[in-house]
Write a protein that binds this ligand. Structure first.
Ligand SMILES: CC(C)(COP(=O)(O)OP(=O)(O)OC[C@H]1O[C@@H](n2cnc3c(N)ncnc32)[C@H](O)[C@@H]1OP(=O)(O)O)[C@@H](O)C(=O)NCCC(=O)NCCS
Length: 143
């Protein structure tokens, strides 16, 4: 397995990337044109490959100086628990070592996983969601 950085000229099977989102229950993400746009508009995206097959990915949104936010760390359901997610995270954090603040949003069940990769829980997150289902799932005030 190797981790490649998405470059402007990189050709990626975006339909397969969409299948990976679907495999973990995140839906079709509105269509492959939006997936490609989101990845290409990211500060950086890392893609785990086994020969020509995409296994998983993570991307960073960033100003390149102060802050970076990791988004969409996903490994295909059938390829999980083999270290791919960890390698993606380690590669991303290493490439972002010049950025003093790296943040992410994660459901509670994933907090231990991220803690093992050096992240700490914070109390400073706020969010505005257009999707009421996301509010149902994520807002502290629902508790
Ligand atoms: C979160 C996610 C990306 C992790 O990917 P992954 O490739 O399975 O991650 P890893 O293999 O590095 O680690 C997963 C677990 O497998 C274990 N593992 C890693 N290699 C292993 C191996 N060879 N044999 C057995 N277990 C192994 C790890 O110790 C880890 O255990 P933990 O869950 O108790 O921490 C993946 O579960 C996923 O895509 N989930 C759905 C999307 C999601 O929730 N993303 C996070 C958004 S906040």
């Amino acid at each position: 397995m190797n981790i490649k950085v998405l470059e402007p000229h990189s050709s990626v099977d975006w339909a397969y990337v969409q299948d990976i989102f679907i495999s973990v229950g995140w839906g079709d993400r509105g269509g492959i044109q939006y997936i490609e746009k989101a990845f290409r508009n990211s500060y950086r995206a890392w893609i785990a490959m086994e020969r020509d097959t995409v296994l998983g990915f993570v991307r960073a949104l960033s100003d390149g100086v102060y802050y970076a936010t990791l988004a969409d760390l996903v490994v295909h359901r059938n390829q999980q628990k083999q270290g791919t997610g960890s390698l993606l995270l380690q590669t991303a954090l290493s490439d972002l070592k010049h950025i003093p603040t790296v943040q992410l949003m994660a459901v509670q069940e994933k907090h231990n996983y991220y803690e093992r990769h050096g992240f700490k829980r914070v109390e400073t997150s706020m969010a505005r969601y257009l999707n009421p289902q996301k509010e149902q799932l994520f807002l502290l005030s629902r508790l």
